[in-house]
Design a protein around this ligand. Structure first.
Ligand code: GRF
Length: 212
């Protein structure tokens, strides 16, 4: 029996290049299907990408809500209404309230442009250059109640070159993001990831053996 793809909602705030790779990955339509793209910003370029791919979009604007919890509740409701069983944060620049982890337990995935726990926050690439590290990278992790903190699924290093600026380094980091994020989302959707405390076990089960 071939399992049906897991419906997911992708949350964005901007360009949406990671969204694009999720849309174009061979796993889309097989392991997972993007049932909705949600942006907290009306003009986000990623919304156009979704529309071009025939995927439904919604804007849940931060300014329309009185608190982080209300904003998060609305986001989760919107995603649930679209049938989503997981959230993927792909350049989503808002912090979710803990209610999101109750609605989607161990089912919210974030991609961060540094090797956590180094350089959490919104300016990780600039911070890595400013600190003078020679190695940074990409972290894909489950989201928990703290910012850029949850159990780590996958990390990959990217070397910092002496002549790098934030733009050149970020573009090499993004090349890695674009490769690994769809792999992780596919693995999650196939039921291969199990959270055990701070650790994530990744069982590379053959797809034929997976029954949802
Ligand atoms: C990515 O580098 C991601 O790691 C960070 O925000 C950036 C989003 O890029 N959280 P894009 O919108 O997917 O192009």
């Amino acid at each position: 029996m071939t399992p049906s793809p897991l419906p997911i909602a992708v949350l964005i705030s901007g360009t949406g290049s990671n969204l694009q790779t999720l849309l174009e990955s061979p796993g889309h339509g097989i392991d997972y299907v993007i049932s909705l793209v949600v942006s907290d910003r009306p003009g986000a370029r990623g919304l156009e990408r979704a529309t071009q791919a025939g995927v439904a979009t919604k804007v849940v604007s931060w300014d329309d809500f009185g608190s982080r919890t209300e904003f998060t509740e609305a986001l989760c409701e919107t995603a649930k209404a679209a049938g989503a069983g997981a959230l993927v944060l792909a350049g989503f620049m808002r912090i979710l309230a803990p209610i999101a982890m109750e609605r989607f337990p161990n089912a919210i995935i974030n991609v961060h442009p540094a090797l956590l726990p180094a350089f959490p926050g919104a300016h990780a690439v600039e911070a890595a250059i400013g600190y003078g590290v020679t190695l940074t990278g990409v972290t894909v992790h489950f989201v928990d109640e703290q910012v850029d903190h949850g159990p780590i699924i996958l990390q990959e290093a990217v070397a910092v070159r002496p002549d790098d600026d934030a733009e050149s380094l970020h573009s090499r980091i993004q090349a890695v993001e674009h490769r690994v994020l769809p792999e992780v989302v596919s693995a999650f959707s196939r039921g291969e990831l199990t959270v055990q405390g701070r650790y994530v076990r990744w069982d590379h089960t053959p797809r034929e053996a997976t029954i949802r």
